[in-house]
Design a protein around this ligand. Structure first.
Ligand SMILES: Cc1ncc(COP(=O)(O)O)c(C=O)c1O
Length: 381
C-alpha cells in the first residue's frame, strides 16, 4: 500500500488497486448474501431483500423503537429529515457554529436560513449548556441540526432538555455506532438522524445513506417523499404520492451496506481496542486525544494535532490483528461565517486530525488515495 502522500504519478497503480478493492468487496458481499435468508423480494420498489436487511442492521444498532430508511446519501437523508419536520422556505434552522458544508447547502436548497449555535471550542460539537443559557436566541428556530463530528457523540439528550419542544435532527454521517455521554447510541434521542456510508466514511459502502426516524408518522412521511409508490403502499400509505423526485437506493448499494455493517459489527471489539491503543500512544506523546475509545465511533480517533505529528506516533503502536490504519487526515470542517467568534473558533477546530482504522484491504484504502492524487493532478493543471 502506498504511503499517505500519494501523487499524480501513482494514479494508474492506485486506480488498479481501488478497482481490485471494489471487486473483492462486491464478491465477498455477494457470497455473504447467498448465505443469508432471502425471504423477501429483492427490489428497490418494495424495499425488500437486501434493502430490508440493510435497514434492519441500521435500526438494530440505534434502538428497538426506531425505523430506518435506506437512501443514496446522508445529504438526501438530511434534506428529507428537514422536510418531514416541516422546515420550508424562510425558516430558521439552528446549526453548530462548526460544521461540515452539508447542512448549509441543504438549508439553502430548501430556502431556509441557518443560525450558528455555540459549540465546545475543543471539539466543535454543540454545547447544550451554553445553548440553555442563551435560550432566548433560539426561540425563532424551526428545528436544530446536531452534527456529530470526528466520531464523537454530541450530548443530544441534554440539548433536548435545553430546547424543549424543538424538532431535533442528528447528522451522524461521521459517527456510526458512537454514543451520547449517557451511553445511548447516537440517533436514538432525536426525531430523525442521518447516517452516511460514503467513500470517506467508516464503514464504507462507497455511496449510501440512511434516515432513522422515531415515529411511524415520520417514517411514512419520509417514505412518501422518497420511495416508489409500491413501497409507499406496502408501508401503509393508502394513497401513494407520485408527484416528486424519488431518491431510492439501488439494491446493489444496500447489499454493500448490509455487508460492511455486518463486518464492522464483527470487528467492533478490535476496532475499539485499536482506538484505545492509539489514544494511549498519542496521549503519551503529549498530543491531546478527543475521542473516547469506549463510547465514540469504533475505530475513529480524533486528536488535536497536525497529521505529521500523528504519523510519527503511529509506527510505535501494535494494532490488534485484523485492524490497520486506513487514513490519517485533517478534519474537514468550517466555522459558520455568521458566528461572532469566528476567528478564535477557526484556529481551535481546524487543527484536528482523524485516524480511521479498518481491516486490511477494506474498500476505501486505495480509493481515498486515488481521489487525493487526482485532486493534486488537477491542481497542478
Ligand atoms: C458531517 C457530515 N454530514 C453530511 C455528510 C454528507 O454525507 P453524504 O456524502 O453521504 O451525503 C458528510 C460527508 O462527508 C459529513 O461529513
Amino acid at each position: 500500500m502506498h504511503a499517505d502522500g500519494a501523487g499524480p504519478d501513482d494514479l494508474p497503480h492506485l486506480a488498479g488497486a481501488a478497482d481490485r478493492e471494489f471487486i473483492e468487496l462486491l464478491s465477498a458481499a455477494t457470497a455473504w448474501w447467498a448465505t443469508q435468508r432471502t425471504w423477501q423480494v429483492s427490489s428497490s420498489h418494495t424495499g425488500g431483500g437486501v434493502i430490508a436487511a440493510f435497514e434492519s442492521a441500521v435500526a438494530d444498532s440505534v434502538g428497538s423503537d426506531v425505523r430506518a430508511l435506506a437512501l443514496p446519501s446522508a445529504t438526501a437523508a438530511l434534506s428529507i429529515a428537514l422536510e418531514i419536520l416541516g422546515v420550508g422556505p424562510g425558516d430558521l434552522i439552528g446549526v453548530p457554529a462548526v460544521d461540515w458544508t452539508a447542512t448549509g447547502a441543504i438549508a439553502g436548497a430548501l430556502g431556509a436560513r441557518t443560525m450558528p449555535l455555540p459549540v465546545d471550542p475543543d471539539t466543535g460539537l454543540l454545547d447544550a449548556g451554553q445553548i440553555a443559557r442563551h435560550g432566548a436566541v433560539t426561540q425563532d428556530l424551526a428545528a436544530v441540526v446536531v452534527v456529530h463530528l470526528h466520531g464523537l457523540g454530541c450530548d443530544v439528550p441534554a440539548l433536548r432538555r435545553a430546547l424543549p419542544g424543538l424538532p431535533v435532527i442528528e447528522d451522524a454521517a461521521q459517527a456510526w455506532a458512537s454514543h451520547y455521554p449517557d451511553g445511548r447510541p447516537v440517533g436514538s434521542a432525536s426525531d430523525a438522524c442521518a447516517f452516511s456510508y460514503g467513500a470517506a466514511k467508516s464503514p464504507n459502502a462507497g455511496e449510501l445513506g440512511c434516515l432513522v426516524t422515531r415515529t411511524r408518522t415520520l417514517h411514512q412521511a419520509a417514505v412518501a417523499r422518497s420511495q416508489h409508490p409500491t413501497r409507499q403502499w406496502l408501508t401503509g400509505i393508502a394513497c401513494p404520492r407520485r408527484d416528486q423526485v424519488m431518491t431510492r437506493v439501488a439494491p446493489a448499494a444496500a447489499l454493500l451496506g448490509a455487508y460492511v455493517l455486518h463486518q464492522h459489527l464483527k470487528l467492533t471489539p478490535e476496532l475499539r481496542q485499536g482506538g484505545r491503543l492509539l489514544a494511549q500512544a498519542l496521549a503519551g506523546a503529549g498530543l491531546p486525544v478527543l475521542t473516547d475509545a469506549t463510547r465514540h465511533a469504533p475505530g475513529i480517533v480524533a486528536v488535536r494535532a497536525a497529521p505529521e505529528h500523528v504519523r510519527l506516533v503511529l509506527p510505535t503502536v501494535f494494532l490488534p490483528e485484523g485492524v490497520t490504519v486506513r487514513v490519517v487526515d485533517l478534519a474537514d470542517v468550517e466555522v459558520h461565517p455568521g458566528y461572532s467568534d469566528e476567528a478564535t473558533l477557526s484556529a481551535l477546530v481546524t487543527g484536528i486530525t482523524i485516524i480511521t482504522l479498518e481491516p486490511p484491504g477494506a474498500w476505501g484504502q486505495a480509493s481515498v488515495l486515488v481521489s487525493r492524487a487526482a485532486v493534486t493532478d488537477c491542481q497542478n493543471g
